[in-house]
Design a protein around this ligand. Structure first.
Ligand code: IDP
Ligand code: MG
Length: 134
């Protein structure tokens, strides 16, 4: 068992849709600890840094536009196997393929507005936590 930190972010569609409270409850229900939490609108530079691996893909420009379109909820979440536990809780990238009971399966419909971001590895988590929480 490794105690890890991960970076989660409730995306603009879910914040605007009034789903923040229910999503946070699911994170808390796992037993993981929300150590930092902040409502903010990402700058284009922050968005580009977070999604650098996707630069050049067909959806990149619309992804940056979308993620900077309104406030997000940034979270630093910690606990045993936090990265994998959160990815499982979120469900797969496309909400249409996400099972009921997952955050994307229950709160999302479209891949381009898929409710929540979560770091995909311990290395990504370290980088993303550094980007969003100094
Ligand atoms: P992840 O968020 O599950 O890690 P990634 O493949 O890292 O998925 O993609 C990052 C984000 O880019 C996704 O969460 C989604 O918002 C967006 N995205 C990924 N694939 C597509 C696509 O095919 N069309 C539109 N948006 C996409
Ligand atoms: Mg990813």
């Amino acid at each position: 068992m490794s105690c890890e930190k991960t970076y989660l972010m409730i995306k603009p569609d879910a914040v605007a849709g009034g789903k923040v409270g229910r999503i946070i409850a699911r994170i808390e229900d796992t037993g993981l600890c929300i150590e930092r939490l902040e409502l903010a609108t990402l700058t284009p530079a922050q968005a580009a840094a977070n999604y650098a691996e996707h630069e050049g893909k067909p959806f990149y420009e619309s992804l940056i536009e979308y993620i900077t379109s309104g406030p997000v909820v940034k979270m630093l979440v910690a606990g045993p196997n936090a990265v994998a536990v959160c990815r499982k809780l979120m469900g797969p990238t496309n909400p249409a393929e996400a099972a009921p009971g997952t955050i994307r399966g229950d709160f999302g419909l479209l891949v381009d507005a898929n409710v929540i971001h979560g770091s995909d590895s311990v290395a990504s988590a370290e980088r993303e936590v550094g980007l969003f929480f100094t």
